[in-house]
Design a protein around this ligand. Structure first.
Ligand code: FES
Length: 184
């Protein structure tokens, strides 16, 4: 015969369990909902899939036309490689370096003027700036724009406006020949 004195506590336990489950299920749905809501924003900060290559250190530059850029992954970070136009090179050089937030001449940031290679991570809080795709905003100085808090980088990857404290970093790299570089 069932012990009726135990029925009630079990029912209470079941009720508790059901409530816990509902609470957890609701929390999970809320968290998933937040993730979905945040995704378009996060995705907009990521490099374009069509410009994203696999993790590599050797890069063949020959397919990159003047004015184009690609993104490669090096040590888990995006590296922007831009084949600069003559106008971009001139703009990068035609700057009063002393007035820059992080003074650095363009010549100290490139191995060859037509190729700019920088780590594509904003030096403010680490977002990935826009500017790799032709349709991207490139900021007020024709380089990259970080929409997280409004940092503008020029065509040498130097910070020109906004809260970022430093220029986009130049990774160690070297030319293996006219058309190939090795990063790292
Ligand atoms: S992370 Fe780029 S401006 Fe804040």
């Amino acid at each position: 015969m069932a012990d009726s004195t135990l029925a009630s506590p079990h029912a209470a336990d079941d009720e508790e369990t059901r409530r816990d489950f509902l609470l957890i299920a609701t929390s999970t749905v809320a968290a998933v909902g937040t993730a979905f809501a945040a995704w378009p924003f996060i995705d907009s900060l990521n490099p374009a899939r069509d410009t994203l290559a696999v993790a590599i250190t050797g890069v063949d530059l020959s397919p990159i036309a003047v004015g184009q850029a690609i993104t490669v992954i090096w040590q888990g970070k995006p590296v922007f490689i831009r084949h600069r136009t003559a106008a971009e090179i001139t703009a990068a050089r035609d700057v009063n370096v002393d007035q820059l937030p992080d003074p650095q001449p363009d010549s100290a940031r490139v191995e060859k003027p037509e190729w700019l290679v920088v780590v594509g991570v904003c030096t403010h809080l680490g977002c990935i700036p826009l500017g790799q795709r032709p349709t991207d905003a490139k900021g007020d100085y024709g380089g990259w724009f970080c929409p997280c808090h409004g940092s503008h980088y020029d065509s040498s990857g130097r910070i020109r406006k906004g809260p970022a404290p430093a220029n986009l970093a130049v990774p160690p790299y070297r030319f293996l020949d006219d058309n190939r570089i090795e990063i790292g």
